[in-house]
Design a protein around this ligand. Sequence first.
Ligand code: UTP
Length: 294
Amino acid sequence: MTIKKAVIPAAGFGTRFLPASKVVPKELLPIVDKPTIQYIAEEAIDTGITQVILVTGREKGSIEDHFDISFELEHHLKSKGKNDLLKMVQDISEMVQIVSVRQKTPLGLGHAILCAKQIVGDHPFAVLLADDIVDADPPCLRQMIDVYNRLGKGIVLAIKEVPRAEVFQYGIIDGEGVEDRLYKVKSLVEKPLVDEAPSNLAVIGRYLLPPEIFEVLEELPPGKGGEIQLTDAIARLGEEIPIYGYRFKGERYDAGDKMGFFIANVRFGLKHPELGPRISEFLIKVAEEIRGKP
Ligand code: UTP
């Protein structure tokens, strides 16, 4: 059975992005002119997902509002004849069926996923982290579902090579290559010390999971950082179900991190149809100034 539901957890505190994320959810901070979470929702839709389940929390209601109808704004744009903007705003609310659930306390990513249990039901489903943007064609999630459909079972994780010195920021796999870009995962460990990491293949924010993950999450004690870790639940379920890591094609940006967010803005800015040429000109000028040229 192919995957039609996707969970997008967006209830975290976003401490790496303070003070910007104190009141404004980091998932709504724009990459050029579009909130991070809209890139994520569009990836799900472009993949063929028919129901998106947002996990939000206190102070995060504006994420739900972003995907909802805005009567006053639409009325205003209509009365001013701003039809292009009107269409843009309407397209967002008509994108896909979006359901939201609340994570009352952000106890960790694993706990956020558990909050979606009733809505996901008894089907395999996708998870896309709300602050992890992947620029890829076909979309990263599409690539993964194609692999999943071919394998017909198991857990599929998106993985990428990272510099050794950065392994402590990720879930890291110990895997064996089974075909081009595909690894059979023997074990995985959340945020290992640089010396103890089994590889430099890091799990990034895309997962295809079976519904059995919920039973594991219900029993799981807190792990690293006192949080209910999705990585721990996957590792435990991996004792019964095969886990695969897929080294996707595309560029990934961690938009929940200040530097990653900045890089994503530059990259997407350069690709923007109207702003791209001006941004490029501006960056060349700045680079020359930095190098000390007139
Ligand atoms: P992150 O670890 O990037 O988010 O989780 P965070 O906890 O908000 O960030 P920092 O580390 O404090 O800066 C990845 C995704 O999972 C969500 C986050 O909102 C983010 O989109 N998340 C995380 C939850 O929904 N609930 C949680 O308890 C933790």
